[in-house]
Design a binder for this molecule. Structure first.
Ligand SMILES: [Zn+2]
Length: 194
């Protein structure tokens, strides 16, 4: 009976270690997401706009994409028609704020983005090792990704229109162009002020 007990103990220990390991991994991912996410921690963000829980609200997809349950989307994501006729999908709690911010930014600056990317269910930088992108919650937008690429790009188009950035920020949208050089994301704005 001795060896059998030991084997069971070893099994219990292995399961316990696996659980701790998963916990550490989850914590690490959350820390990365919080650092990139700005004002709200992932826990606060989950509470405010989610929650988005692996296995409950979404499953992992291919190449950094996640598959969010239709019920989650139906309860939170709405289609918004912007002043210029563009139709975008956003979290219902930030949709009106974005529509107002976008209208002000375009009219005050003269910069009229051709491409406005909003609700996309994925990890940060499409990397499964990273946390969830705020685009997955419908609270982030990207303007003209090819003209305002990720990284340190002083010649990004949006940088020629400071009034555009100022109007977005005035409406509570945080600009990724202010992040550290390593994480700079000129195309990206997110609503972190609730
Ligand atoms: Zn973005």
């Amino acid at each position: 009976m001795g060896p059998l007990v030991s084997a069971n103990r070893a099994k219990v220990l292995a399961v316990a270690l696996a659980v701790v390991g998963l916990g550490v991994l989850a914590f690490k991912r959350r820390a990365v997401a919080a650092a990139i996410g700005g004002k709200l921690t992932v826990a606060q963000l989950d509470q405010r706009y989610g929650p988005l829980r692996l296995g409950v609200d979404y499953t992992e997809g291919a190449q950094g994409r996640i598959n969010v349950k239709p019920a989650w989307v139906a309860a939170r994501i709405v289609s918004v028609t912007l002043f210029d006729g563009k139709i975008v999908k956003l979290h219902r709690d930030v949709a009106a704020s974005f529509a107002a911010a976008y209208r002000a930014a375009v009219t005050e600056s003269g910069y009229h983005p051709a491409s406005v990317q909003t609700f996309v269910t994925r990890h940060i930088l499409w990397d499964p090792a990273e946390g969830l992108s705020l685009h997955s919650y419908g609270i982030a937008v990207d303007f003209d990704p090819t003209l305002n690429p990720y990284g340190d790009n002083p010649s990004a188009k949006i940088r020629r229109f400071p009034a555009f950035i100022a109007a977005m920020e005035r409406h509570g949208w945080e600009w990724g162009g202010r992040w550290s050089r390593k994480n700079r994301d000129d195309m990206h704005f997110q609503r972190t002020a609730g």
